[in-house]
Design a protein around this ligand. Structure first.
Ligand code: ARG
Length: 409
């Protein structure tokens, strides 16, 4: 069967500052009705209504069923994700009615608790209100909801060097952590259209973590390494139906992400030389392959520890096989399985998995998730000129909210 090519290559993901792009709305509805034959309405009727809504108010509201399908399709289209076989199982939480930072925080805590599910991780997304023409109504500044702080000192960095900037930002806003530990969860920074950015501390009991030990090396546990169970991304926006939605979403970890990158990268926790020393490897020559051997043992330790703690974690062999099944299913459905080879292949010994031995179409079709450049700036702790733009933007948003209220009352 011929593989259908996408008709909507994303225009660099997040388009302009409009409420809604009617052309994309139409394309999404066509996709929705083509893939959901049992849907409650039909394309012609629904399109009439949507057009009228856009004409009257500049935008429209997705039905619950459209939102659920749209979020799942956004996951299906995420070229960097190797775990997409499960795209239809994503749990969708609708938080489009939320307006205040305290409510966003509550939603995130609920998401963390139900997504973590005591260790049996559920793939889940929470969708906040779509951006308006005047700007976003909700902004979460963190890159992920659960991340560790980092502090520079004369002997290097304590904690995660990636978040030194964000830690400074949080401290400048009044965050006072109990200690400067290596694995100190950062607070959330949440901004809304009508409120300045605010700090929120997650309840300790919501943060499930796994201490890392090794199946054979007793000394490994003494390294004091740990990692959080839930990778809850909060810095991407979902492009769906012609609108941009701030979202928070999680899957479960692949051991590779924690072991080969977060704990191993020289500009993250940089544990490779320490593990190699523990193993007694010859680090005087690259030809002993001490780096590779240490990284492999870190991978084993992470798998062993998550398994022992009963926390869902994938390994790259199972995920690669699942991914090949996803590719097959997409092709059978007449769709092109888009993927970015450099992201879906594992770090340890990549040619050992089937995903390595072919290339993929890298087009990003909508619905999809995109890194919001403004959010990336905020997540890095880069000073954002919030104050300068704030007043102008807030005035415009207040006006908009007033008009919207008048329209519904
Ligand atoms: N690589 C990121 C991290 O180490 C997580 C990205 C999403 N991963 C996932 N398995 N859903 O935290």
């Amino acid at each position: 069967m011929a593989v259908r090519q996408p008709r909507t290559p994303a225009r660099n993901g997040l388009t302009g500052r409009t409420d809604c792009d009617p052309g994309e709305a139409r394309e999404f509805l066509e996709m929705y009705y083509a893939e959901n034959p049992g849907a409650e309405s039909n394309l012609a009727e629904r399109w009439e209504k949507v057009q009228a809504e856009i004409l009257a108010g500049g935008t429209y509201e997705l039905t619950d069923a459209e939102l659920t399908y749209g979020c799942r399709a956004a996951w299906r289209h995420s070229v960097r994700c190797v775990g997409r076989l499960r795209w239809q199982g994503m749990v969708v939480r609708d938080a489009r009615h939320i307006r205040t930072a305290a409510e966003v925080y509550e939603q995130l805590v609920e998401h963390i608790d139900t997504g973590t599910n005591g260790g049996r991780i559920r793939s889940m997304i929470t969708v906040f209100p779509a951006d308006t023409a005047a700007g976003p109504l909700v902004r979460i500044w963190n890159e992920q909801a659960i991340r560790y702080a980092g502090w520079t000192s004369p002997d290097g960095v304590t904690g995660d060097p990636r978040y030194v900037g964000f830690t400074q930002l949080a401290e400048s806003m009044g965050w006072r952590p109990q200690r400067h530990g290596r694995f100190e969860p950062l607070p959330l920074v949440i901004e809304t259209a009508t409120e300045d950015p605010q700090l929120f501390t997650l309840p300790a009991e919501s943060i499930l973590e796994v201490p890392i030990s090794h199946p054979e090396y007793p000394w490994f546990a003494d390294l004091g390494l740990r990692w959080h169970a839930l990778p809850l991304i909060t810095c991407m926006r979902m492009r769906l139906g012609g609108m941009n939605f701030p979202v928070a979403f999680n899957g479960f970890y692949l051991q590779d992400e924690i072991a080969s990158r977060n704990l191993s990268d020289a500009d993250r926790y940089n544990q490779v030389p320490i593990v190699a020393a523990g193993m007694g490897l010859d680090t005087s020559t690259n030809r002993s392959l001490w780096r590779e051997r240490a990284v492999i043992e870190l991978n084993r330790a992470v798998l062993h520890s998550f398994d022992g703690a009963g926390v869902t974690i994938a390994d790259h062999h199972a995920e690669a096989e699942n991914f090949m099944r996803f590719v097959e299913r997409e092709e059978r459905a007449g769709r092109c399985p888009h993927a970015d080879w450099s992201w879906i292949n594992p770090v340890p010994v990549p040619a050992q998995v089937p995903t390595f031995h072919r290339y993929y179409d890298t087009t990003e079709v909508n619905p999809n998730f995109y890194l919001d450049p403004d959010a990336a700036k905020r997540a890095s702790g880069e000073p954002v000129d919030v104050l300068r733009h704030r007043h102008r933007r807030r005035r415009a948003l207040r006006r908009l909210v007033r008009t919207a209220r008048a329209a519904v009352s």
